[in-house]
Ligand binder design. Sequence first.
Ligand code: BTN
Length: 255
Amino acid sequence: AAELRTERFGRNLTVLAKTDSTQTEAETLARAGAPEGTLVVAEEQTSGRGRQGRAWHSPPGRGVWMSTVLRPEGPLTAVPQLTLLAAVAVCRAIRAASGVEAGIKWPNDLLAGGRKLCGILLEAVVEDGGIRHCIMGIGIDANLEESDYPEELRDRVTSLRRESGTEVDRSALIAAVMNEFETLYALYAESGFEPIRLLWESLSVTLGREIVVRDVRGERRGRAEGLGAQGELLMRAEDGSLAAVYSGDVELYPG
Ligand code: BTN
């Protein structure tokens, strides 16, 4: 089983049986001055939050629901890049800890066999035009079973247990995520986004696919071609033009 090999990430740890959201817990700790890498893990969340104001289903005992305090040095433009970095780190950790060949759907959903098994929510607190701190929330459906999900989610989600056929060691998985994240975060601080961008592209299940993007501007259809230098998704529209997508939801077309 993977052991924690980090200097900072996951060293300051709070484990809760039940909480509203680990995002809220970590935010409170961050405001009180908690160091970077502070980690909050819960067995159950009663109001887990997802991207775009959605709820995150977080039943007790079989998932990994956790939030980490980040204190990045960079400008606000680092936020989308950190979002993608988080996806790379978790994807690599999942592969190493469970053998499941997870892939990334832009920006940071992790899928296996076309179904979602992990979601990531990066929330930044901004102050004077810079980042005061960020809370990186990670939800992994580690050992969830079909009966853990509400009916309407069942055909869109999966878990590591379901994909691999064996129970995953959740502590080892958490350690693997912290190990991967600390390594990639140091690489990002030293070398910038380019190496992260390349790793993201290599783990992506979005690129080359026909997609529909839904954002504030409505719905657009095209082919995902790559990731830009800021972390934006480059999409070739039907009229041949190249569009940059900075936020929104992506749906992959089957095939
Ligand atoms: C998404 O895919 O919409 C992001 C889901 C993020 C869920 C995690 S679980 C731990 C942390 N606490 C929350 O309330 N949300 C994140």
